[in-house]
Design a protein. Structure first.
Ligand SMILES: [Zn+2]
Length: 79
């Protein structure tokens, strides 16, 4: 079970994945270097880990799971 504080809310618009807010620098509406199909693979277990780099502040994050609303990271994103 991944704790809630490791979760990052996302939206899909026009086949692009957006985070509503970057947990590291606070910038809003960040387009993530991730495809909706990759979120499906994270959800289904097709890929176990997917590193992403935030375009706003270049923070590197390892995604380990997802659901319909949240991406789940391997470390806390909120306190
Ligand atoms: Zn950022």
């Amino acid at each position: 079970m991944i704790p809630f504080r490791n979760s990052l809310p996302y939206d899909i618009q026009m086949n692009e994945v957006y985070a509503s807010e970057c947990p590291f620098c606070g910038q809003s509406h960040i387009r993530l270097p991730l495809k909706p199909s990759e979120i499906e693979q994270l959800r289904g277990g097709g890929i176990m880990k997917r590193p992403i780099v935030f375009p706003c502040c270049h923070t590197r994050l390892q995604l380990v799971d997802a659901d319909g609303d949240y991406l789940l990271a391997d470390r806390p994103l909120r306190s």
